[in-house]
Design a protein around this ligand. Sequence first.
Ligand code: MG
Length: 460
Amino acid sequence: MAVASRKFFGTNGIRGVPGKDITLEFIAEMSQSIGTFLGSSKPVLVGNDVRNSSPSLVGSVLSGLLSAGNNVNAGGLAPTPAHQFGVRTLGYVGGIIVTASHNPPQYNGIKFVGSDGVEVRREDEAAVEAIYLEKKYNRPDWQAVGRSGKESRVIENYIAGIMSQVNVPRISGRKFTVVLDIGNGAQAVASPYLCERLGCKVITINAQPDGNFPGRGPEPTPAVLKDMCEAVRSYHADFGVAYDGDGDRSLFCDENGEIYWGDRTGSMLADYLLSKHEGGPVVTTVSTSALVGIVAANHGAKVLWTTVGSVDVSRAMIDNNAPLGLEENGGFFYGPHIPVRDGAMTTALVLETLAARNISFSQAISKLKTFYQKKSKFECPKEKRPNVMKIIEAKATRSGAKIDRTDGLKIWTDDNSWILLRPSGTEPIIRIYSESDDEEKLEKMYAGYEQALKEAIEAS
Ligand code: MG
């Protein structure tokens, strides 16, 4: 196989600003390359999120696939995990989803998934890139171009799939009230209907799909979710949940409007779900709270720690037959449904957890050990980074700390305290994540390494 000399696929598909970084011709030829890679035995599903540029990009994707001889069905607007589940269950050889997830409105891109609905492996992306660069894609004559059709089952298939994974009568019996902050994204067409069918009283905010994301932007972070928390308190709801633009990530607040990062909600879910899926394992990234390890150990389950990235979690789940995966940014993966992060599936699992245990969200969270976290990022030119990381590693080694090199440097200063320094794959920055069960210890550890990092950047 030829080695691609350029890399188009990033950590999560191909992304850029249409008209600037990515052209319609590029998307068409890349889709032609994907179609060639897949072969033309079964149709390819093409889906999209709410972005203004999505219809034009879908046109290019369809054009590329059809000209490579692939039959295609357009699934229209749906959350990314709905399209992924559709590819897996409705008889497709693969799928291309037009989305830029949580990126600002001007961005868009494509995500390429295999017949299992999961993003393809890195080596398959490289094979597609090689086909593209060598222009070795199929160019059949007029008699052999693909046929195009519609796929209208994506949303209903998705909602039914999620409902089949949870105890519907038990959830309906609790008559939950939930606030859904759709963020003008793709869950507008799925999650509210799912929650209604699970017997919930549903209050939605930012529920109109809109590619300008006028509500609170496409990325759910605690800083932009005040309206959701306020709505939860004023409607006396059981919890609130906010999705990202394409509906695969979800951040929750409890009945008091307190927001939790994904590793805390994910640990709460794991604590319940590991009683159903004995032994796990649970897959998560090295930037996730040690809480996951404690919860898993309580159930006699193992945790597999991966490099940072949702595809890394999905692939490790498949390789290890793991039922659960999670990320600190609000990604939760439920293997029995599909091992990809999924905002609506996660919402249904939260409902089931609270119903099965007959407790409130804050009660479920309060069962978990408290950890304190601090995250930030430092600018550092890419060429300086190897030396900077070497200096930090030497400091950690001198101090006798345990070092994990899965992704960047994760330095354990004691059993419940660690700091992770990780050069970003896309920007000239080094990210810092740190955690301890002791707030004072966290401050001291963080300050020490922050100082060391500043000095190392200066000296490099
Ligand atoms: Mg997303």
